[in-house]
Design a protein around this ligand. Sequence first.
Ligand SMILES: Cc1ncc(COP(=O)(O)O)c(C=O)c1O
Ligand SMILES: N[C@H](C=O)CCC(=O)O
Length: 431
Amino acid sequence: MTPSRNHTLFDQARAVIPGGVNSPVRAFGKVGGTPPFIESASGATLRDADGREYLDFVGSWGPMLLGHAHPAVIGAVVEAAQRGTSFGAPTEREVGLARRVVEMVPSIEKVRFVNSGTEATMSALRVARAATGRSGMLKYRGGYHGHADAFLVEAGSGAATLGVPDSPGVTPGTAADTRTAEYNDLDDTRRLLDDGRVACVFVEPVAGNMGCVPPAPGFLEGLRELCDATGTLLVFDEVMTGFRVAPGGAQERFGVRPDLTTLGKIVGGGLPVGAFGGRTDLMDLVAPAGPVYQAGTLSGNPLASAAGNAALAFIAEHPELYTHLEALGGQLDDGIARIRGTHGYPLTWNRVGSMASLFLTEGPVTDWPSASAGEAERFTRFFHGMLAEGIYLAPSPYEAWFLSLAHTESHMDRLLTALERTLATVFGASA
Ligand SMILES: Cc1ncc(COP(=O)(O)O)c(C=O)c1O
Ligand SMILES: N[C@H](C=O)CCC(=O)O
């Protein structure tokens, strides 16, 4: 038997990289086994080191709205690379990308580019604290805003998956400044804002890091009102939802304007980019316009700016892509409702546009307690069953599934067929 190259690479990786991966969610820690080491990707398909192909619903954890190796993005990156990969000096491309972001995202008047979503949230928090003169920050249980210390309190995504929602290494002082409320619970939020010591509320306007959990009707509007009433800034963390749930992100889709917005993933077209932006009076606090220090050797990198520009240009010129994504999502809604109706499995399907999650519980799933109510062992069997069917999902129930422009109706049929077969083994064919 030929030894699996995935296994060999994982063994080699573990010897020199903590846990063998450069971001914990990739390691299959919750579900066990060896992660496929990806050699190439095109459209909606991944190919691993053993030559096996998968239909991809991870999409690099969100950036791949246009699918892998989209020609417009690849062309722009190649062209940019030929002219130099980093200058540490301003470029026209950054201006172009900033103008696109300002045009597309309703509340952003000025934007600063960084290299990851984590940098974006950490910097936006600093601006909010400087603007308000307050230290506190409120986030939601199961919400994930990257790995800066202030946010690693009751965090979702890989932190929840690994069982370290409050990471060691975060000082008690830092953690004490972070307050946590239940997602979709305005009363809980009100109680925590009452003393006027919170600089900002950080919220994923569609939660995507406890699985996909939509905002309840009125939740985002209620947050806007509570923030206005208490002098607290409202920060939408749109690292995941930005350009995904609408061209202008969740703030466009739900019609609520935050004071600050954080972006990542799609804004970099698949290269490492993050951004934070908002009202001019707040953004002009950022150095060198103002005193709030924030910097980056590679920020505004030419390759990343080229990829981001190409992705956003394509999105702006092809708004019909959201109709395509909605149609695919609708096909899944119908298919999963049929499977549930036919077999009576306890399933909850949450979807907002092209982000979704299937929870293996009766539901409804509206917050962290309901999102985390499923049985770990059931998810493990589900995940490995789907992988054996050639369907690549996130190896954790606390992540969203992503659709891309490269997905087709027949891909949805393939996903639904795999789901029906796998769920039969998970729940027992007679359930
Ligand atoms: C909502 C949200 N905020 C922030 C982040 C942090 O982004 P990054 O992984 O690029 O640091 C992520 C993803 O990791 C995210 O989903
Ligand atoms: N859920 C995380 C971001 O959205 C997954 C990315 C990571 O932590 O590597």
